[in-house]
Each structure stands twice: as C-alpha cells, then as structure tokens.
Design a protein around this ligand. Structure first.
Ligand SMILES: [Zn+2]
Length: 251
C-alpha cells in the first residue's frame, strides 16, 4: 500500500500563438497544459512540489514533454506559467496542520492565565521539609504526627510543608513525593490526619481551610470549603480562592 508519494493535477491550459508544431508543422496549434505536483499522504494532498508542463498539438495530437520544449515554446511557457494557479487544496494537509497550530497558539495566548497560580507556585516553592515551632507551628505539628505514623517506605523525611494564614483563610500544603505509592483509597487518610491536627489549632479556629497534598509532580488531594478531590487530576485552581477572588488580581 502506498502511504505517501506525489501526484499531479491539471492546473491550467493555454494556447501558444506563433509556435510551430515540430511534427505536423502547423502554426499556432500547440496548447500547453500545466500540472501542479503535490506530495500526498494517504491520498490527502499535503503540499505542492513544483509544476510540470506538456505541450499538445491540437492538430496532430502529438505531445512534447517540458524537457523537450523548443526555446520558443519554453519562453512562452515561462511567460505564461503564472496564469496556472495552484488550487488551495494542494496545501490541504500542511494548511490544516498549520491552521491547527495557529488555533492552538491563539487559544493558549488568549486563555488568560490566572494571576493567582503564580502566588500558589511561590508558596509551593517555599515549602520546607523542616518547619520549626517558631516559623510555622502548624506545619511543625503536622510533621511530628506524620513522622511518627507514616511507613518508612513513603519517606516521611522527604515531606515538605507550608501553612499560611491570611485573614479568615488558611492554606495548608503538604508534599509527599511518594504519595503515588500509596493506594488511592488510603491517600485520603493524609487529609484526615491534617484535618485532625488543624481542627485543634487555636490559630485556625473559624478559618476556611484550603488543604492541598501533592505527590512528586502534581496536587493529588485537595480539600477546600467547596471542593474535595482525591485524584491525580485534582484541580489546583480550587486552591486559588485562598488568595481571594480572581477579579481582584486583574484590576
Ligand atoms: Zn502538430
């Protein structure tokens, strides 16, 4: 089966005045047909790859290939070949791919990035594996409990923490690089443990809690006042609300 190759289609014809047929010697009987060659993949034209021409005598029907054109015939062809316009469909494949890329680029540019994602990235980068009682007492207490109950193969020493209180809201972030190794059904226990501790902290009394637990790469457990998810596709954007409504950042 031929998957790709080249094909040609007739893209224009014109009469050649004052040229003489080499065979029947009639004047002005030749007609040049121009073919546009194009590359195809699965018979879908992809992109054009040059033109070729054939002259035919309307009287004796003999044809002359382009490489055998007389000087006169070639000159007339060169003068007229721009009249043979390629149809758009010779570009179909490449054009479609190009349009798709352009479309995706436009979508990517116009899809306005939520300014709060940078704030969350900053906080994620500030997480530490050794929170102290002075710098972050809540994270310190969460770590103490995790260190004592988490199995060694999940490496609790590698966990990272950050707790942040802002107005009536609290952000509690924990990173467990080996969280993926934990059965999905058991992962939410990490959330339960964090909640047990945070519910007993005076600092967090009456605060709306935005809890995010990430694995090595992405957020896997999220619990906010309005959202709860235990999934590798947990929506990080659900934590943005901690920073305030998006509109406030777009002013
Ligand atoms: Zn002829």
């Amino acid at each position: 089966m031929i998957i790709f190759g080249t094909r040609a289609s007739n893209i224009g014809n014109f009469d050649v005045p004052k040229s003489k047929c080499e065979y029947c010697e009639m004047e002005s009987t030749q007609r040049i047909s121009v073919f546009g060659k194009y590359a195809h993949i699965f018979w879908i034209p992809f992109f054009p790859i040059g033109k070729k021409a054939i002259a035919e005598c309307t009287h004796c029907k003999r044809t002359v290939e382009q490489k055998e054109f007389s000087t006169k015939l070639n000159q007339l062809y060169q003068e007229n070949k721009s009249k043979a316009k390629r149809p758009f469909w010779h570009w179909l494949g490449l054009g479609t791919i190009g349009s798709l890329i352009a479309l995706i680029t436009i979508i990517a540019i116009t899809a306005e990035e939520d300014p709060r994602s940078k704030l969350l990235d900053n906080d994620l980068n500030r997480m530490t594996s050794s929170p102290t009682m002075e710098s972050d007492s809540i994270s310190f207490k969460i770590k103490q409990l995790f260190d004592s109950i988490v199995a060694d193969e999940i490496n609790p020493d590698d966990f990272e923490y950050l707790t942040k209180i802002q107005g009536s809201k609290a952000l509690i972030l924990v990173k467990m690089p080996k969280l993926k190794k934990v059965e999905k059904s058991e992962r939410s226990e990490a959330l339960d443990i964090i909640e047990i501790i945070t519910n007993n902290q005076d600092d967090l009394k009456g605060k709306e809690k935005y809890i995010g637990v990430s694995g090595a790469i992405s957020m896997m457990l999220i619990k906010t006042p309005t959202y709860e998810k235990n999934s590798r596709l947990a929506l990080t954007s659900e934590l943005f609300e901690f920073y305030g409504p998006k509109a406030e950042f777009l002013k």
